[in-house]
Write a protein that binds this ligand. Structure first.
Ligand SMILES: [Zn+2]
Length: 171
């Protein structure tokens, strides 16, 4: 069984999230789907993560069951059991009703900032389409092979989420 979440946080649509450092990969995919997902610097104490989540009204995603022992954690922690990104994605579809095609590629994968669509600056290849920039880290994003590949995986999660993990089975 899942711990009793803070009902408000669970109902918040779209959910605002915080990932612990073991779920960096998942955080990038959630950002790719358009969700607001924060990360704290590596090595941040668990207690600090829980406080941060409560303060910013975010759900804290983790695979670390010991986090639940921290005071206040059961209200903000979403415990995942998946052993790979596909399994974790499937769990999130069920627990939080994540829409993997919510707003694809609307946020910076590195820093979570919403992207801004810009005109192509001089020097970009002519076939570059839908060029966006992250105003925080100045990284460019455009529709290309990498985005297309990521897009296919998001679509596959949306179409048939992998459900192989029974909640609460692992101790
Ligand atoms: Zn950025």
């Amino acid at each position: 069984m899942h711990p009793p979440f803070d009902a408000d946080l669970l109902l918040q649509q779209p959910p605002r999230l915080l990932c612990d450092e073991m779920l960096k990969g998942l955080a990038r995919w959630l950002r790719a789907a358009g969700y607001d997902v924060k990360m704290e610097p590596d090595g941040t104490a668990d207690r600090r993560l829980v406080e941060r989540a409560a303060m910013e009204r975010r759900l804290l995603l983790t695979r670390d069951r010991t986090l639940l022992e921290i005071r206040g954690a059961p209200r903000v922690v979403v415990l995942l059991n998946g052993n790979c990104i596909d399994e974790c994605a499937g769990e999130l579809t069920h627990i939080l009703n994540i829409d993997w095609l919510y707003r694809p590629f609307s946020r910076c994968l590195l820093c979570n900032t919403p992207l801004i669509e810009i005109d192509k600056p001089f020097g970009f290849p002519p076939h570059t389409e839908h060029l966006c920039i992250c105003p925080t880290c100045d990284k460019y994003y455009w529709r290309g092979g990498h985005v297309e590949r990521m897009s296919r995986r998001l679509k596959s999660w949306q179409a048939s989420p992998l459900i192989t993990i029974a909640q609460g089975k692992r101790s």
